[in-house]
Design a protein around this ligand. Structure first.
Ligand code: ACO
Length: 326
């Protein structure tokens, strides 16, 4: 059977690190509050003028190098981001140019923090259908470009960064075993950036009223996240016929350690199987899972044959899961 197998991973983080102690000097917050409520200790922050492709391009280049392929073999680049360089052209096109993937199609996907799972699901479908053989999926975000540093409820949560994977069609047992996506558009107000799109255009009045700031109903989102994480995991188990004990590594979207552990408890997954890097990189939205995959590979937590479960939730609200055999 043909499967989409991840054959290379990479990441790229900005140089500047902002710790919780740095944030204490910028707003009314404490390192203790942030660590206890979220698990975050620090985050990376892009330089002024640095766009999503400036992080995503180098992450993709590392994944391509790790895969040992020629960029001209790439059929498609999917860039998952909520903070593209421009409204258009797509950041995927900028990345295509940077990495020299001259034969690749390229487009962006926006499903907030579930973006990477959506992108990888799409890549899997192309490969299963025999349309493409080699696809690069990039998750890249400059979320701090959208933060209001005066709003402590959201400013402390996010960070910038990029991760990427190369998937290739392969015969055999290794690769993606199941995919599942869900959405509830009726809960869109739980996490929303109202400004900058076609509804609330950029005007001085709109900027003054704060519509360009992220608005989040944190506690409500928290409760939804625990439930939909559980559903996403259950769907993956049902689709593959695997049991919870078969999972070697669980790589969740890194939104909040408490959400992740609550979801793990709900599904009966031991905490030692959960991979976390939120302490180092914070919530990097669509980049969070590919950065975590690359960290898990580098740290030897994922090896050939490992059963790996990816699960995400994000604004929309959207959620999903992917089970794979490494
Ligand atoms: N520093 C100090 N105090 C703060 C801060 C801060 N940065 N932010 C809020 N507070 C205060 C609040 O004002 C409130 O004070 P009050 O009790 O005097 O009113 C108190 O802390 C508690 O606030 P809550 O919002 O109830 O705190 P909670 O325990 O729910 O934690 C948090 C907040 C971390 C946001 C949590 O609700 C959460 O993680 N929710 C999910 C958020 C999330 O996952 N977002 C992203 C997911 S989707 C995606 O990734 C795109």
């Amino acid at each position: 059977m043909v499967r989409a197998r991840i054959i290379g991973t990479g990441q790229h983080l900005p140089e500047k690190v902002l710790t919780n102690l740095d944030l204490e000097k910028m707003m009314d917050t404490t390192d203790e509050w942030i660590r206890q409520r979220t698990g975050i200790k620090q985050r990376y922050v892009a330089a002024n003028g640095q766009g999503a492709s400036d992080l995503g391009g180098p992450a993709a280049a590392r994944a391509i190098e790790a895969a040992g392929i020629d960029p001209k073999e790439i059929d498609l680049i999917i860039c998952c981001t909520t903070t593209p360089d421009y409204l258009f052209p797509a950041s995927a096109c900028l990345i295509q140019h940077q990495v020299g993937a001259t034969k690749a199609a390229a487009y962006d996907v926006n499903a907030a923090c579930s973006g990477f799972v959506c992108g990888l699901t799409t890549a899997n479908a192309y490969i299963q259908a025999g349309i493409y053989k080699t696809i690069v999926i990039v998750g890249t975000e400059v979320v701090t470009s959208r933060l209001n540093w005066k709003k402590r409820d959201t400013a402390v949560l996010f960070g910038d960064g990029a991760g990427a994977v190369v998937v290739r069609a392969e015969n055999g047992d290794h690769g993606i075993l199941s995919t599942f996506l869900g959405a509830d558009g009726g809960s869109g107000d739980l996490l929303i950036l109202p400004g900058g799109g076609s509804r609330n255009v950029v005007t001085k009045e709109n900027v003054d009223t704060g519509v360009h700031d992220i608005s989040m109903k944190g506690p409500e989102l928290f409760k939804k996240a625990v439930v939909v994480f559980g559903e996403a995991v259950q769907q993956a188990l049902t689709a593959t016929g695997l049991a919870i004990n078969d999972i070697d590594v669980f790589i969740p979207h890194q939104a909040n350690t408490r959400i992740i552990y609550a979801a793990a408890d709900r599904i009966g997954l031991p905490q030692e199987k959960v991979f976390l890097n939120i302490d180092r990189v914070a919530n990097t939205t669509a980049a969070s899972i590919p950065i975590a995959i690359d960290d898990a590979v580098t740290q030897g937590r994922i090896r050939s044959g490992s059963i790996v479960l990816l699960a995400a939730f994000g604004a929309g609200i959207t959620w999903g899961s992917i089970m794979l055999r490494w």
